[in-house]
Ligand binder design. Sequence first.
Ligand code: NMX
Ligand code: MLT
Length: 434
Amino acid sequence: MKTLKEKLSEKIDTERPRIRKLIAENCDAVIDTVTVDKLFGGMRGLKCLVTDISYLDPEEGIRYRGYTLPDIFKKLPKPKGAEMPYVEGLFHLLLTGEVPTEEEVNELIDEFRKRRILPRYVYEVIDSFPSMSHPMTIFSAAILSMHRESFFDRKYHGGVNKLDYWDSTYEDSLNLLAKLPEVAAYIYAKLYQNGQRIQQNPEMDFGSNFAHMMGKDKPYDEVSRMYFILHADHESGNVSAHTGHLVASGLADIYLSISSMVNGLAGPLHGLANQTVLQWIMDLHEKMEGKLPSEAEMKQFVWDTLNSGQVIPGYGHAVLRKTDPRYMMQREFALKYMKDDMLFKFVSMLYKVVPPILKEQGKAKNPWPNVDAHSGVIQMHYGVTDYDFYTVMFGVGRALGVCANLIWDRALLYPIERPKSLTSAMIEDIVKKK
Ligand code: NMX
Ligand code: MLT
């Protein structure tokens, strides 16, 4: 059997000439037009990035390497008797475009296991933060501190050929990904478990080991695998993936790039929305003294939020124009395993009342829920009640997709990203001339 790295190396050898030819033969072909609206509107919808790892269709939702999420969950190898696939198998798919065999997944599980041990100083960096710090700040700093481990950085300064950049980026990616569950679980132990850390279990896969270190029993291992897989990638234009790509384009190593990715994810309009959703729902839960609100009360709560000039967290999307399939998969899980959970009932009622209200308000282009509208209540149900931690788990998942992207960015020698800016007066001039 070929190792993952050998397989990847062969794929790179066939992809390089294909992309070179595509560029050489079509360098002036127009793909999209930059309008004033797009310039001032956060480049919404502007087709100006390339990735083969995933694609987001506004109606259908995300596909990883051409596979829909239900396909991914059906086709990827799973632990014996489990419903949710190995996270390692997803990483193999994201990197190579191929669904791995059991044997290939086992090889990658072993690779990750060998690379799990955290340098001592990372625990010290985490311990040095005040306990009131946000876990995303600590997560980002812990990753950043490992910059000194970068194999790419050492190779680069030693004078490596640019055709080989991908190789040390691959090594850095595996080294970092293998450590992220431990980093996240240690932050959780420090902030919410009085520092009572649970040691990793060398027999366990990525998802089960994370669940074990969080001190959670089955089926939390399934929840963890589902969570990491659902959050892994959402094409390249979202803030976290784009930040990772942008930073890495200057040849910053994986540690610098993924730490930046985490900072991007920590904004409330992006990944932090999962925390905000829970905060918002818990406010209402408290007001209702634990009772389920009536539909009229729920509508009033939603309108009150809108009328106070805030967004409804977990609803809307820059690309999607229907309910996020990541939301639907979590809803199906909840209907199967926790349908009587009180907070799930809140989430279900919101699914009924929010879209018509957002339509009536007439601002949001997409009135439907996104992934963040659902993820928190599942974590809450399984006893992870500290919701400011949720985005850290999003970050562990997202790092899988971003690392796969960055390895391919290096393999295909994508250049430093440097778009051109104009002054607003120049734009006025251009418009006048037209
Ligand atoms: N509640 C209230 N207003 C909204 C919402 C919402 N959920 N979504 C969009 N709008 C407003 C938006 O603020 C904008 O208002 P204004 O014209 O006053 O600036 C208007 O509708 C048009 O925005 P869109 O073009 O529909 O959305 P955009 O692409 O700019 O933003 C989000 C996308 C996701 C940032 C936005 O829908 C939002 O703020 N949602 C709530 C936060 C959230 O759930 N974020 C998580 C996204 C997923 N993730 O994990 O990253
Ligand atoms: C994501 O998963 O990154 C979010 O849904 C945001 C996005 O795609 O814009």
